[in-house]
Design a protein around this ligand. Structure first.
Ligand code: PRT
Ligand code: ZN
Length: 303
């Protein structure tokens, strides 16, 4: 039998057994769960066990996921049961634990708004004075009313807030709105938005040095993926007499690549373009005589 003394074992062995994992709290099932896991996949971090359990690990990266209800994530992170978590900003604001918002993720965008029956006239937020308002977000609402000097009766309920006015439980509601169709189909109108929300990474303020290092590596990957999503790779043909002006429209990461085309008087220009200015720039490029414009997705972008 093969025996090896501890002192003879390779250093890598100790590294493997002692390596810390960053514990990440993720919503188990709901609006955040799929996109949260997709984010890790796009960063090349896959999950060990195919079937989702309460806890999972990755063969590629030192992380461990804990699958929880989104309401519990701020507290788990605050208590350091998880090191970081992915949750809506609305939950972070409602629970008000002292956690750090590390990164905004740009998905699950929504707003928290006050709404009242469509037929009721709305002179301004002071309308809510003395009224009954149903919500699953009593703390955010109380803070807002306190700031505005409004004294209202806040009814905390855990679901189906939008039916509260119809069944006579409340005069108005305070709830998450995304497209607005739930309000509309319940005969309500949105009258005041108090906050906008999106999925964020929150972190414990007491991370060890080694966990901070893992987090930095993870954020590096997440930012590269996010950046690539916000940018497109553009290839076009430009008449040489307009080359300077066309390059001015798509300056790229450092400067565009310009190559001669086989046809005299034309060049091929390669560059990177931001998604939010995309159509405006494309119109301007066409107006300057650019032709054969190809726009391609970028998988990762490291600047
Ligand atoms: O079971 P668990 O507690 O984990 O999940 P949950 O049911 O509490 O939360 P879930 O999965 O519904 O939402 C998770 C997070 O997604 C929320 O905390 C928000 O940050 C974000 N989010 C984004 C939304 C919506 N959009 C949304 N539209 N959360 C809820 N809604 C609901 C809203 O409550 C209302 O009933 O959708 C309805 C309004 O949608 P529109 O499109 O009709 O306006
Ligand atoms: Zn929840």
């Amino acid at each position: 039998m093969f025996h090896q003394k501890a002192c003879e074992l390779p250093q890598a062995f100790f590294f493997v057994i002692t390596m810390e994992k960053l514990k990440i709290a993720i919503q188990k099932s709901g609006r955040l769960s799929e996109k949260s896991m997709k984010l890790f996949e796009s960063c090349g971090i896959s999950q060990d066990n195919g079937k989702r359990k309460l806890v999972a690990t990755s063969p590629d990266f030192p992380v461990e996921w804990l699958f929880l209800r989104d309401d519990d994530i701020p507290q788990y992170v605050y208590d350091s049961v998880a090191d970081i978590g992915i949750v809506g900003e609305n939950e972070v604001a409602e629970k008000a634990y002292a956690v750090e918002i590390i990164e905004k993720l740009g998905f699950a965008r929504c707003r928290l708004s006050l709404a009242i029956p469509r037929e009721v006239e709305f002179p301004g937020v002071e309308w809510f004075s003395g009224k009954r308002v149903a919500t699953s977000y009593p703390n955010i609402l109380k803070k807002f009313f306190d700031e505005k000097g409004i004294s209202a009766d806040i009814h905390q309920i855990s679901g189906s807030v939008e039916i509260s006015t119809g069944i006579g439980l409340a005069d108005g509601i305070f709830d998450i709105v995304s497209s607005g169709s739930t309000l509309m189909s319940n005969g309500l109108k949105e009258v005041y938005t108090t906050m906008r929300s999106e999925a964020v990474i929150i972190g414990s303020r007491e991370l060890s040095e080694s966990k901070r290092k893992i987090l930095q590596k993870l954020l590096f990957r997440i930012r590269a993926v996010e950046k690539s999503r916000r940018n497109k790779y553009v290839v076009l043909n430009a008449p040489n007499d307009k080359l300077e002006e066309i390059i001015g429209l798509i300056p790229g990461m450092k400067s565009p690549t310009v190559m001669n085309l086989a046809e005299e008087g034309w060049s091929s220009v390669h560059s990177v373009l931001q998604e939010d200015e995309f159509w405006e720039v494309i119109d301007a490029l066409k107006a300057k005589g650019a032709q054969g414009i190809l726009v391609m997705p970028i998988e990762k972008m490291i600047v």
